[in-house]
Design a protein around this ligand. Structure first.
Ligand code: GUN
Ligand code: ZN
Length: 441
């Protein structure tokens, strides 16, 4: 199967089509879901123009023979990853440490290599290749401390016309000498990057203080200043991931009420603030996250791999905190958000909670778009939205083919996909109506 040549940014596909119009409220919920067993998706100039049952389209005079027909494939909006590290490809599957030792032993050395601009450019391309092969069309991504590495990532995304939110890591202490900035140089670099990239085409800038232990209070305040100065910026950082990290925060910031308070004092909370992990939070921290509309990125693969803990999703949701889902590569062990959903399911099962398939796929698409305030242009097939989508093969191997032949409902098919699936299931990925990845295996 190869993508046919259409005018740039134009597509006519006939397939199984699934998208969400709202958050499903529980297993068996159908209102929030639009699913056509035999549907048509039309895209022009990079935007969705129509999605409807094939029969209804034919009745209105649409010529179905204009469509590429993929009757066994499932078409869904592109997946959104709310927390991932571009420079950590080579850190994946590094043995045997928890967070702080893992950073020192594996992560900082890998990020140091990005001081070479050519290397940073090459790795940015490889990173985007892996995202698209996993069906991820938009990510909230960390670059390294090097401004040229953030430039390289934005350049690479711009070439492929991807919607990407990314930022240069701010880190002015407790890291190797060649991997740090200063509060002043970091602010200068970020100002330049924001002016060059934020709002350019499909690109957005995220202020990215790595986490409170590697930023001085002055640097966090500088980030807070930029946050109010430029509209529409994002802020991403790590929060309350690991118990040794929490002890370190207490000794570095003895006057702070708690971990979140360190960021709060610098003005870094808000609806576009995404805090990675948030596993060990107090009730007061949850209340403050909810009150400010800040969100937490749930990174189950990473949390299992680093032994960080199990996110109590029900507790965060009961407190009114928005939670999105993310891989956190390279502590996360896969770019595939199908595998990430499977890990989320396991993490919740261990706590007597659950994750039904409709909610899971809603979260990967419209849910993450909503919590990143990108749902005006991403997340489902409403007319006028960016045509970022994936073509999914439900049966890429004998096992999945067999399992899918047994399912009695869409929900069962999706559940088998999220538990057994990975990159093998991604047949094609489209960005703004152009095929940007084709699985030739
Ligand atoms: N905390 C600070 N930096 C990192 C990172 O790169 N990965 C993870 N998982 N946690 C962090
Ligand atoms: Zn992370």
């Amino acid at each position: 199967m190869s993508a046919p040549a259409n005018p740039p940014g134009s597509v006519a596909l006939r397939a199984r089509i699934l998208h969400f119009t709202a958050k499903p409220t529980g297993k068996g919920e159908q209102n929030a879901v639009q699913y056509f067993d035999d549907g048509v998706l039309l895209v022009e100039k990079g935007q969705v123009t129509a999605v409807a049952p094939a029969e209804a389209m034919a009745q209105q005079g649409f010529d179905l023979s204009r469509c590429e027909h993929l009757p066994d494939h499932l078409v869904m909006p592109g997946f959104i990853d709310s927390h991932i590290h571009c420079p950590q490809l080579d850190v994946m599957a590094s043995y045997g440490e928890q967070l702080l030792d893992w950073l020192n032993r594996y992560t900082f050395p890998a990020e140091l290599k990005f001081s070479d601009p050519q290397y940073a450019a090459l790795m940015s391309e490889l990173f985007l290749d892996r995202l698209l092969a996993a069906g991820t069309t938009t990510a909230l991504a960390y670059a390294t401390v090097h401004a040229h590495a953030a430039d390289a990532l934005f350049h690479a995304a711009q070439k492929r016309n991807l919607r990407l939110v990314a930022g240069r890591v701010m880190m002015d202490r407790n890291a190797p000498e060649n991997l740090t900035d200063t509060a002043a140089s970091g602010e200068r670099d970020d100002r330049r990057l924001i002016e060059q990239w934020h709002g350019q085409g499909r690109l957005h800038y995220a202020l990215t203080p790595r986490f409170a232990p590697t930023s001085s209070p002055e640097q966090l305040l500088a980030a807070g200043r930029l946050y109010v100065e430029y509209s529409g910026l994002y802020m991403q950082t790590h929060l309350s991931e690991n118990l040794a990290e929490l002890d370190w925060i207490k000794s570095l910031y003895p006057k702070a009420k708690h971990y979140l308070d360190v960021y709060d004092q610098a003005g870094l909370l808000g609806p576009r603030s995404v805090f990675g992990h948030g596993i060990h939070l107090s009730d007061d921290e949850l209340a403050r996250l909810a009150a400010t509309g800040s969100s937490v990125a749930f990174c189950p693969s990473s949390n299992l791999f680093l032994g960080s803990g199990l996110l109590d999703l029900a507790r965060l949701q009961a407190a009114g905190v928005a939670v999105n889902i993310a891989t956190d590569v390279g502590a996360g062990t896969s770019f595939s958000q199908l595998r990430t959903l499977a890990d989320a399911y396991r993490v919740l099962q261990l706590q007597g909670q659950s994750l039904d398939a409709l909610t899971a796929f809603y979260q990967l698409t419209l849910g993450n778009a909503q919590s990143l305030h990108l749902d005006h242009c991403l997340g489902n097939f409403s007319a006028g939205k960016d045509a970022d989508f994936v073509v999914i093969n439900l049966a890429p191997d004998a096992l999945q083919a067999r399992r899918q032949s047994q399912v009695a409902s869409l929900e069962e098919a999706l559940f088998a996909l999220m538990i057994l699936g990975d990159e093998r299931n991604i047949a094609r990925t489209y960005a703004a109506g152009s095929c940007v990845y084709q699985n030739n295996n």
